[in-house]
Design a protein around this ligand. Structure first.
Ligand SMILES: [Zn+2]
Length: 193
C-alpha cells in the first residue's frame, strides 16, 4: 500500500524500513501540553529505530491527530459536531451553507471540521455547544444579522417577510432577462450546489 523507501533516510541502511499501522505518537497541543494519538501510520527503521511519515501517511493520520487534539483541548470531536449539525438541520431545514452564512463562519467550515482537516476555534466550539442545548439560538442570530430564515431544503415558514422564496425566484428571472443587472440580491441565502 505504501511505497517503502529503499534506504533509511537517517542511518542510510538498505532494506530496514517497515510500515507500522497502529503506532502511538505524542504531540503538543496549543497549551503546550502533550497528547497521544493511537492508530498512527508511519515508517519505522529496524536498524536505527527512527520513524517517519510520507505525504500519504500524513493525510491519513491528520484527522486522528486533530480529534485527539480536540479532546486534549476540551473541544467537540468531529462526530459530536456532525451530531449537532444534523440536529439543527433537521429542526430548521437549513443547508450547511445557510448555517455557515447565519453563523458568519467561512464557507465549507463544517465540511473541514467534520472531515478533520481543520480544528474549530474555541469561539466556534462555544457557539456549537450553545446550538446543541438551545437550537433556537440560530433564529436569534439570523434576526440580529438581518438574514433570511427561509430554509433551502424543506418546509419551515419564512420568518422574515421581505425574504420570501418568491422574491428570490423573480430576482433570478429578472437577472436572466437582463444580464447587466446585479446578479445577487442582498442577504440572499446561498444555495448549496
Ligand atoms: Zn535507520
Amino acid at each position: 500500500m505504501f511505497k517503502i523507501p529503499e534506504r533509511c533516510p537517517f542511518c542510510l541502511n538498505a532494506g530496514t524500513i517497515e510500515v507500522l499501522e497502529n503506532d502511538t505518537w505524542e504531540f503538543m497541543n496549543k497549551d503546550r501540553r502533550p497528547f497521544e494519538v493511537s492508530g498512527y501510520t508511519c515508517f519505522h527503521c529496524k536498524a536505527c529505530g527512527e520513524k517517519s511519515v510520507n505525504a500519504e501517511m500524513d493525510k491519513l493520520n491528520h484527522p486522528k491527530v486533530l480529534d485527539a487534539r480536540r479532546i486534549s483541548e476540551s473541544l467537540l470531536s468531529s462526530m459530536e459536531i456532525k451530531h449537532i449539525l444534523e440536529k439543527v438541520k433537521e429542526k430548521f431545514g437549513f443547508s450547511e451553507a445557510q448555517l455557515e452564512d447565519i453563523l458568519g463562519i467561512g464557507a465549507k467550515s463544517f465540511t473541514r471540521w467534520k472531515n478533520g482537516t481543520v480544528c474549530q476555534s474555541q469561539t466556534a466550539d462555544a457557539l456549537l455547544r450553545a446550538l446543541d442545548k438551545h437550537p433556537s439560538v440560530i433564529e436569534t442570530i439570523a434576526k440580529a444579522r438581518k438574514l433570511s430564515l427561509v430554509p433551502t431544503k424543506k418546509g419551515r415558514p419564512a420568518a422574515n417577510k421581505s425574504q420570501k422564496p418568491s422574491t428570490t425566484k423573480s430576482a433570478k428571472i429578472a437577472t436572466k432577462r437582463k444580464p447587466a443587472l446585479k446578479a445577487r440580491t442582498k442577504a440572499q441565502p446561498r444555495m448549496q450546489g
